[in-house]
Design a protein around this ligand. Structure first.
Ligand code: SF4
Ligand code: SF4
Length: 109
């Protein structure tokens, strides 16, 4: 989930598509240490999920959603950009069409 371009706060699909997706990779320890323990998997490999939904996601997918740890979100979450293949797949999983070029371009940052 990124908020450059299209306003991801009307979507949130990529945060609720796979429990294996929000994994930690290159994040510095200081960043990971600040994520509430309750939101981190027991094996410390990534964000804790309920089903396929990251527990840090608030709101309703496709309506109004937000990452409650936005400033601390993992790298993979920063890399997912509106309109990229992961975005298209996540949106399809939730029954939403891929973003059009116009939607990608017209969002607010
Ligand atoms: S699926 Fe795409 S549009 Fe939806 S929150 Fe993720 S990056 Fe944004
Ligand atoms: S940490 Fe935030 S941006 Fe990443 S999957 Fe969870 S809710 Fe989405």
């Amino acid at each position: 989930m990124d908020q450059a371009g299209f306003d991801c706060r009307t979507c949130g699909a990529c945060c609720a598509t796979s429990a294996d997706w929000p994994r930690f990779s290159l994040e510095p320890d200081e960043q990971l240490d600040r994520i509430p323990e309750a939101l981190v998997k027991a094996d410390l490999s990534g964000m804790r999920c309920e089903g396929d939904r990251c527990l840090a996601l608030s709101g309703t997918i496709g309506e109004a959603a937000a990452c409650t740890i936005y400033a601390l979100r993992p790298e993979v979450c920063r890399e997912c950009q509106p309109g990229d293949p992961e975005c298209d797949l996540a949106r399809a999983t939730h029954g939403m069409a891929p973003l059009s070029e116009a939607e990608i371009a017209s969002g607010r940052s």
